[in-house]
Design a binder for this molecule. Structure first.
Ligand code: PEP
Length: 260
């Protein structure tokens, strides 16, 4: 197992997508408190419920080291955008993080690299930590375009940013072919992409910012495969869909991250 030669804290993010009511969200967090009291270690734990559940989740997480994230945001501060939520609204609701550019937003809701960039800026302006998702589709992978796509998405998301501002962002490598499919990337494949993304960060923002950047892996993570992924030097944690819906499996993932 390659040793970790850096001081990045591990991070585990639950993306609940369109699952759970406010009461179910609160009950999950209450159970997580019992299973992972005080988190049991260094891992940064983040839960991203649906918008109507944010208040219940924030309340349930009071006094527990579990940050709450939005699953998306609009880039404008306010306006006539029916159904949308601003960064300031998320911050006022008690969120500290927000997921940006998830592939389901890109695939089904018209998210583009340009809107991702605007959302990252808006999140940062409201002092939220953006968790920025990038990743290639299966077709792009088969066409040997992985690095081309990752570099393009990375450059567009953080375009024109100062290194100091960039250092407030978290990156998630989420290969689209691995999300919700059961086809987890092998640790070697994940590490190759993470190493490449860290190189992209170094090329633009310098070695210190690259070294400090937290890069999560996402795509069919389970308690049984997390350990081997986390053993990779450039994999700092997970962005988890399906396996984050049950407190037991999410607690097992936090435990794996704390065992680094
Ligand atoms: C996700 O939606 O970000 C994700 C990684 O989902 P799953 O863990 O279900 O593949």
């Amino acid at each position: 197992m390659p040793a970790k030669s850096h001081s990045r804290r591990p991070m585990m993010v639950a993306n609940w997508k369109m699952h759970k009511t406010p009461a179910e969200s609160a009950a999950f967090i209450a159970r997580l408190r019992e299973l992972a009291p005080g988190n049991g270690g260094d891992c940064v734990v983040v839960v991203a419920p649906a918008f109507p559940c944010l208040a219940a989740a924030v309340e349930a997480a009071r006094g527990f080291a579990c940050a709450i994230a939005g699953q998306d945001l609009h880039w404008a501060p306010e306006g006539a955008f029916t159904g949308e939520v601003s960064a300031a609204m998320l911050a006022a609701a008690g969120c500290t993080h927000v997921i940006v550019g998830h592939s389901e937003r890109r695939q089904f809701f018209g998210e583009t690299d340009e809107t991702v960039h605007k959302k990252v800026r808006a999140a940062l302006a409201a002092s939220l930590t953006p968790i920025v998702c990038v990743g290639e589709t299966e077709a792009q992978r088969n066409d040997n375009e992985i690095e081309l796509i990752l570099r393009y998405q990375f450059e567009r998301a953080f375009w024109g940013m100062e290194a100091e501002i960039f250092s407030r962002c978290v990156l998630a490598y989420e290969p689209v072919w691995a999300i919700g499919t059961g086809n987890t990337a092998t640790p070697e494949v994940a590490e190759g992409a993470h190493r490449f993304l860290r190189r992209c960060a170094r090329d633009i923002f310098g070695p210190e910012a690259a070294q400090a950047l937290t890069i999560l892996y996402g795509g069919s993570i389970k308690p049984s495969n997390m350990r081997a992924l986390l053993d990779q030097p450039d994999v700092d944690g997970g962005l988890v869909g399906t396996a984050s819906l049950e407190p037991d499996s999410f607690a097992a993932l936090i435990k794996a991250a704390n065992a680094q």
